[in-house]
Design a protein around this ligand. Structure first.
Ligand code: SF4
Length: 250
C-alpha cells in the first residue's frame, strides 16, 4: 500500500503514511540513550523492535520499579537512583521489608521521594505476597498496583513482555497533538486514538521513538523545526502561532 499524504492539510490519510513518518522520526533519534539500557544490563545500544530479547523478562521487576520512579524525573537521575537502590535491595521481598526511611533516602533525588518510596514498597509487597515475586504481565493486573497507571503498565508490557501496547507519557501526548495525528485533551484519550491510527505492529515503537524525538528535536519549548526530518509533514508548521496584539499607546 502506498502511503498517502494530504499535503494541503499537512496530514496523513492512511496508516502506511503515519508509519512512514514514525520510521523517519525513529531514524533520526535511534542513537539516543534510554532508560532501558540501564534497566537491562549489557543492553542493546539501539533497540531492535522486531527482535525481542527474552532476557528482558528477567528484569521485569527492575523495569517496573524504575518506571514508577521515573515520573516527573530525568532518565539520567533514575538510572543512578535505580543503580544505588539495587545495590541494597533488589528483590520484591527486600524492598517490601526495607525500612521506609532507607527507601526514601535512596530514591530522594527522583523527586516526591516520600510518595515514591511508599509506592515501590507497597507494590513490592503485593508482588511478593500475591504474585510469587513475578511481575504480572497483563494491563488489568498491573494497573491495580500502587503507583502504576496505564503509562507505567504499558511500558512494562512493552519492554519486559514484548506485548503490543502504547505507553503515552507527556512527550507522546504532546507530539501526537502537535503533528496533528490526534486532537486530545489527555494521555488516556491519546492512547485510544493512536491505537486506531497505527497498526498494532507499530505500537511498541511509538513510546520510545516519540520520547527520544521529543527530547532531542521536538522539544516542548523551542522545537528544532528547521532541522526536523518531518517538518514538511507537521501540522504545527501550517498553523503559525497567532501574533500577539501590540498595545497601542494612548
Ligand atoms: S516540525 Fe517542529 S513541531 Fe513539527 S514535529 Fe518537527 S520539531 Fe516538532
Amino acid at each position: 500500500m502506498t502511503p498517502v499524504f494530504d499535503s494541503k492539510n499537512s496530514v496523513c490519510v492512511d496508516q502506511p503514511c503515519r508509519v512512514k513518518i514514525l520510521n523517519e522520526m525513529y531514524a533520526s533519534i535511534k542513537s539516543t540513550g534510554l532508560l532501558l539500557e540501564v534497566i537491562q544490563p549489557n543492553s542493546l545500544s539501539e533497540i531492535h523492535f522486531g527482535q525481542y530479547d527474552p532476557e528482558r523478562k528477567k528484569y521485569a521487576f527492575k523495569t517496573l520499579i524504575a518506571t514508577i520512579l521515573s515520573a516527573r524525573s530525568k532518565d539520567e537521575t533514575i538510572i543512578k537512583v535505580v543503580e544505588d537502590l539495587w545495590k541494597k535491595y533488589s528483590t520484591p521481598e527486600e524492598i517490601a521489608d526495607a525500612p521506609l526511611e532507607n527507601l526514601e533516602e535512596l530514591v530522594y533525588s527522583s523527586g516526591t521521594y516520600h510518595q515514591k518510596a511508599i509506592r515501590i514498597k507497597e507494590t513490592s509487597k503485593i508482588i511478593h505476597e500475591h504474585f510469587q515475586d513475578q511481575v504480572p504481565d497483563t494491563l488489568e493486573e498491573l494497573v491495580k498496583l500502587p503507583g502504576v497507571g496505564r503509562k507505567v503498565a504499558n511500558c512494562v508490557l512493552n519492554i519486559s513482555f514484548d506485548k503490543d501496547a502504547i505507553a503515552v507519557d507527556i512527550h507522546v501526548h504532546r507530539i501526537s497533538n502537535r503533528i496533528g495525528w490526534v486532537t486530545t485533551k489527555n494521555p488516556e484519550k491519546t492512547e485510544i486514538e493512536l491505537q486506531k491510527l497505527f497498526p498494532q505492529s507499530s505500537w511498541k515503537m511509538i513510546n520510545y521513538t516519540l520520547v527520544s524525538f521529543g527530547k532531542k528535536i521536538c522539544k516542548p519549548k523551542n522545537p528544532l523545526c528547521s532541522e526536523c526530518p518531518i517538518n514538511k509533514k507537521c501540522l504545527k508548521l501550517i498553523k503559525p502561532p497567532k501574533k500577539s496584539k501590540k498595545k497601542t499607546k494612548k
